[in-house]
Design a protein. Structure first.
Length: 368
């Protein structure tokens, strides 16, 4: 009897042991699988361009020296964040960006632009920081040849992998000749954006236009007065403020799309690399493209050096100067200059609207 009882107990215990072993084996399989899923890094989020710009700015501030620039990938809708270490990459990924570990820090790239400004102030050259390549891209126009080319490459060769040099067809020059045509001082330029300054109506255009024209009209014959230049900065920057002579004039916050329609402009937005933009000018009408560089320095010649510009692949031609660059309903830039044309393309530069407004204490449109 007792033997049978013992056998019965043993059988029950053995069955429980087998079940427990199976459960443990199952857990041993399931638990690592669950942990592996939890350890997978989050996928980058698809973002609108404005949301990507906001996240990129916040990450750059938060990551400090570990951040090395960022750009918006319009094809995937992702913010690509350049970083210099794994910890920063992990933080960027957790916030929804696509991290990319790069060699050159932002501090080293900024130092490179300082070296170029000190040692390569050659007419017909321009440079900007390109986060896509993690380098400072130097562009030389067709006038940089012979000794000037050798002088430029002697500087850039010493700077190693932080700099790359490209050629551009044509000649870098302000597009003075440039939305709607305005005429002054024998030149034709384009109206940029209507603004208000302390409640007074005015508009922004290029500074190199303001340097040659004090009185502006809407027709070449001078029979349709518009306004008078109040502030003009060029070189260094490239913007001018023109006050309307008639403060009752209709000055809507819109951009002429050259097809009978207008785009309402309700705000100002800082440019970011990868941002899709459009440009309206009195010579070539409406063109579109992408921001390719920020904080660009351009050597237009005759000592005319302009800093802090936006670099793009949007085409422009003489007469487009001062015209509006915008993204959706946001004002972004004023056409400054560049090389090429709207047949063959080229490199173009724009004065940030935000900088111009800050300098004149202005507001876009009617100030609302």
């Amino acid at each position: 009897m007792s033997h049978r009882r013992v056998n019965t107990r043993i059988g029950v215990t053995a069955g429980a042991a087998v079940a427990a072993a199976a459960a443990i084996a199952g857990a041993a399989i399931l638990i690592p699988s669950a942990q592996a899923g939890q350890d997978q890094p989050p996928e980058p989020r698809a973002l609108s361009q404005p949301d990507a710009a906001q996240l990129g700015t916040e990450l750059a501030d938060g990551l400090g020296e570990s951040a090395a620039g960022w750009y918006f990938d319009g094809d995937s809708g992702r913010l690509v964040m350049n970083v210099t270490d794994e910890d920063a990459a992990r933080e960027a990924r957790e916030q929804g960006a696509e991290p990319r570990i790069v060699q050159n820090s932002m501090a080293s790239l900024r130092a490179a632009t300082g070296t170029l400004r000190q040692q390569a102030r050659i007419p017909g050259t321009a440079w900007s920081i390109d986060p896509r390549t993690n380098k400072v891209v130097v562009v030389a126009d067709s006038t940089v040849t012979g000794d000037t080319w050798n002088s430029l490459t002697a500087v850039t060769d010493r700077m190693g992998d932080s700099v790359t040099v490209k050629r551009s067809e044509g000649e870098f020059k302000p597009f003075a000749d440039g939305g709607d045509a305005i005429f002054g001082g024998g030149s034709r330029c384009s109206l940029g954006f209507n603004v208000t300054v302390n409640g007074a109506k005015a508009f922004l255009t290029a500074g190199h236009c303001g340097q040659v024209g004090q009185r502006w009209t809407a027709d070449q014959a001078g029979n349709a007065p518009l306004g008078t230049t109040v502030v003009s900065q060029f070189p260094g920057a490239d913007f001018a403020l023109v006050g309307y002579d008639d403060q009752n004039a209709d000055a809507p916050s819109t951009v002429d799309l050259k097809n009978g329609d207008v785009q309402a402009i309700n705000r100002v937005e800082e440019a970011s690399v990868g941002m899709p933009v459009q440009r309206s000018g009195s010579t070539t009408g409406l063109s579109q493209g992408t921001v390719t560089g920020l904080n660009a320095t351009v050597n237009y010649g005759n000592g005319d050096i302009v800093d802090g510009l936006i670099q793009t692949d949007v085409c422009a031609e003489p007469g487009d100067s001062g015209g509006s660059m915008f993204s959706g309903d946001a004002a972004v830039g004023l056409t400054s200059g560049g090389s090429g044309d709207c047949t063959n393309g080229g490199v173009t530069f724009f004065q940030p609207v935000s900088t111009a407004l800050a300098a004149v204490d202005g507001r876009i449109g009617d100030g609302s």
